[in-house]
Design a protein around this ligand. Structure first.
Ligand code: ZN
Length: 334
């Protein structure tokens, strides 16, 4: 089972997170059919994003976008505060030569560009931060983000190890952060320790889990494990959710789809699930788009429950399209 540990050390002058994310990353690989380098890029950002997610609280939502000039396009990950995370890459099939060390070249796959961090904290405007990508190897770029945007010195390590058949053998990582008040002695001690550490996936291959990894780094600094959160790849999309996006396209767009006379299929970027809408369903959505634009004109705000009720009815009236019904169970990791 995948999980995230949250810990403190040195009398709360250090906080730390460690994750085992093997199943999450393997699930992402199988959903998106990613090439090995794309699996590594997505898996590292999923692992880092999941840990950054549990740094938030309540209904906060975190989105990380690494967009560079490399062949992968962009890597996008969204996480909540409860260990749920989802993500995708623009070009999942990218194949490039390994780097000088014989490792999957995530840095070259992503290339030069920016890391965008968006935190939706339930306020009017989300918090948005952009930092340049350094190595584009993901962990270093998150380290730079923490230093630059959150003024928090951090050590971030993320790793994905592939089996010979390109499935995921190990995935995991850690984030260790210095809190205000950490003295030079502590910083030197931590830096010396981190200098001796092996890559995360190597430690995992040696049988070390998040507990052992944190214990290795912070065991002699009064390590205290605070909690353990299960973590998983979970999209949470649905036919209704995607329909809202179609309604948002507007009346004209929907009308032109209806005029084409064919059902349309929309694919969820995050989990690669297809949702098909028959012409009759599109007509129902058009009707809703009309109601929405009319109610906007008289100043009535749209009601999400009304969308659900409406779509619920639409589903009932098209029971002969049972084959097109979304398989919602397909969104949950097996
Ligand atoms: Zn989805």
């Amino acid at each position: 089972m995948d999980y995230i540990l949250r810990a403190t050390a040195a009398g709360e002058k250090i906080r730390a997170f460690a994750i085992r994310s093997t199943e999450m990353v393997e699930y992402a690989r199988s959903r998106h059919n990613t090439s090995p380098v794309a699996t590594a890029a997505l898996g590292r950002l999923l692992s880092g994003g999941a840990m950054m997610g549990v740094m938030m609280k309540g209904d906060d939502i975190l989105t990380l976008i690494m967009k560079g000039d490399g062949p992968i396009g962009a890597v996008t990950v969204t996480a909540d505060a409860n260990g749920n995370v989802k993500g995708y890459v623009n070009n999942p099939l990218v194949l490039i030569p390994t780097n000088y060390a014989g490792k999957l070249d995530v840095g070259a796959a992503i290339g030069y560009g920016t890391l965008t961090v968006i935190k939706d904290l339930g306020l009017k405007e989300p918090y948005v931060s952009q930092t340049p990508l350094g190595t584009s190897e993901v962990a270093e770029d998150l380290t730079y983000y923490f230093a630059k945007s959150e003024q928090t010195p951090s050590a971030v390590a993320l790793g994905v190890l592939m089996n010979k058949d390109n499935t995921v053998a190990q995935a995991g990582g850690f984030i260790v952060q210095l809190m205000p008040g950490a003295g030079d002695d502590l910083i030197e001690k931590l830096e010396a320790k981190l200098a001796t550490i092996k890559p995360v996936t190597e430690m995992m291959e040696d049988g070390m889990g998040p507990e052992e990894i944190l214990d290795y780094i912070l065991g002699d600094m009064d390590l205290e494990i605070l909690d353990k959160t299960p973590t998983q790849f979970l999209c949470g999309c649905s036919k209704e959710h995607i329909a809202r996006g179609l309604i948002a396209l507007g009346k004209q767009e929907l009308q032109s789809m209806i005029d084409d006379g064919e059902s349309i299929t929309v694919t969820c970027h995050f989990c690669n699930t297809d949702y098909t809408y028959s012409v009759d369903e599109l007509k129902e959505l058009l009707q809703f788009a009309r109601i929405k634009s009319a109610s906007k004109k008289v100043g009535i705000l749209g009601d999400d429950d009304a969308v659900n009720d409406f779509l619920g009815q639409a589903d009932d009236s098209s029971s002969d399209d049972a084959d097109d019904a979304p398989d919602n169970t397909g969104d949950t990791p097996q």
